[in-house]
Write a protein that binds this ligand. Sequence first.
Ligand code: HEM
Length: 134
Amino acid sequence: MTVSQTVYDAVGGKPFFVELVDDFYDRVQADDVLMAVYPDDLSEPRRTTAGFLAQYWGGPPDYSEERGHPRLRMRHAPFVIRQRERDHWLNHMLAAVSATVKTHQVPHEVEAAMNGYFEHASTAMINTAELSNG
Ligand code: HEM
């Protein structure tokens, strides 16, 4: 018999995602490159992103009940996301993961899976080519 556990369970449920996302958006708030893209009031993104991630990693489908199918690329289409914005975004998220796992019992492979997901998914959100320097 195989006993499988979701990442959501492995990190102890919703509070992990709320803390992760709060830490992340605190970093976003202090980043001029990202605040040129985000609204001044980050309270909605804090709430919806925590709900989305909890759902994505196996928690209850609260995000979709409220917002429908995630379609993240489509939802990000109104914002100019280049390699630069993606890199700032990813650096803050990886720093937030690293800070948040310290106060939770998170298995190393779970942390690695999360980082891999953020790296991949943030790249997929790029929707605008960088101007060349040449
Ligand atoms: C792993 C990659 C990413 C995930 C999982 C993610 C997730 C989300 C979610 C769940 C929302 C809320 C959508 C909703 O309203 O229902 C959101 C909004 C947003 N995201 Fe992302 N995102 C990612 C990458 C990025 C990147 C690279 C940027 C670059 C700047 C970005 C910028 C934004 C902006 C500007 C909003 C809208 C905030 C607002 O107007 O309320 N996201 N994101």
